[in-house]
Every structure is written in C-alpha cells, then in structure tokens.
Design a protein around this ligand. Structure first.
Ligand code: CO
Length: 215
C-alpha cells in the first residue's frame, strides 16, 4: 500500500475535485455508460486516450495494446469491439496510432524479444504488404513514421473485416471506422483521412453476406 500511497492521494484529490464541480458526478456516471466512441490505441504511457481527445470518464470506451493492433484471433480486442458495437452502440471506432511507437520500431528491427515477437510479427506483415513503398523511403525516421501510418491503415481494415462491424452496417446501424495518428513530439492528432462507413468500402474477399434465417 505504501508504494501506492501517492496514487491513492491523487485519487482522493481527483474525487474531491469532481464532487466540487458536480455533487452527483459519480452517481450519474455509475448509472449509465453511453460513450459514442471506441478508441483502439497503443499501450504507450504517453498516449492516454481521454486526455488527448479531451473526453471525460463515460465518454470513450478504450482498448489499448502494444502498437494498437486488431488481430483476428485476439479474443480480447474482438470482445471489446463486439461489446462496443452491439451493446454500447458506439457510433465511431477510432484506431489511433502514434509516431515514435516502440512496438513498430521493434518490429522493424531483427532482434529476438521473446513472446513479443509473435505480437510484433503482425507489424512485420504490414511492412511486407507495403515493402515497395517503405523500401523507397531513404530517411529512417520518415520510413518509421510511414510504417506507423500504414499500421493504422491495416488495423482499420481489420476492424472493418470483423463480422460485428459488418453486421452493424447490414442492420443500418450508424457506425464509422476512422484512422488517426498522434504525434508524441507535439501532442497533436492528425487525421489520416480514413473513414469507412459501409461494407462497400472493403475488399470483396472480406465482405460477409448476412446469414440466411432458417425456418
Ligand atoms: Co506505441
């Protein structure tokens, strides 16, 4: 406990500040969670979702992992997406990458890291998919920045390929998937101008036909 004392102190101060603004703050928050956004971002401690986009508790549903990946065998990320789409009925899924991502950098290198290698392998696959474009960039920093962006592009696609997202579109649910990137050097978000709003925007091979109802 003593090791965590500063954190508990911070917490008590935070609660007091919230209650000063609004005595019903926690009562209201405990009764309803109705976020409009699902944030899929990197675990990097410098990329805290709520602070960056100025949203309060209750306003954004968050999933973070190393290098903001959406892997189609990852039950954790998939469960988050299903819950957010089907139950919370969020309207926007935001995949947010960031420049200077340690996960992306590690994936670019050839050092063996252990279990992590299996996770980072997904980013190596992104590199492989775009190797012509990336190999043509001479400046290592620019190359890495572009890999961070392309990783977002691919993760947006992975989100769109899930059955949950496609079923939502089929049902006419309003749902957009966005790709953005954060610059840890200046704190600014950049829109990568990726916005997917229906299944027609995804490659045919990944499109799912709605299940036929059996009598
Ligand atoms: Co990162």
């Amino acid at each position: 406990m003593s090791d965590l004392k500063p954190l508990f102190d911070n917490n008590r101060r935070w609660v007091a500040e919230r209650l000063l603004d609004d005595p019903d703050y926690f009562k209201r928050l405990s009764e309803l969670q109705a976020p409009k956004y699902l944030w899929i971002g990197c675990s990097d401690s410098r990329v805290p979702a709520n602070q960056i986009i100025g949203l309060r508790p209750g306003e954004v549903f968050v999933h973070r992992n190393i290098a903001n990946l959406v892997v189609h065998t990852d039950m954790n990320a998939l469960s988050v997406i299903q819950y957010a789409v089907e139950y919370l009925k969020i309207e926007h899924i935001i995949v947010c990458g960031h420049y200077g991502c340690g996960g992306v950098k590690a994936a670019y290198e050839n050092k063996e890291l252990g279990l992590l290698d299996n996770w980072l392998r997904n980013i190596k696959d992104v590199y492989h998919a775009y190797n012509e474009e990336l190999d043509a960039i001479p400046d290592p920093k620019a190359k890495m920045n572009r890999l961070c962006e392309l990783n977002v592009v691919e993760q947006v696609s992975n989100v769109c390929h899930t059955t949950f997202v496609q079923n939502a579109w089929t049902k006419g649910q309003q749902l957009s998937v966005h790709g953005i990137i954060y610059d840890i050097h200046n704190g600014l978000l950049q829109d990568l101008s990726i916005r997917v709003k229906d299944a027609a925007q995804i490659e045919n091979i990944y499109q799912m036909m709605p299940k036929k109802k059996t009598a």
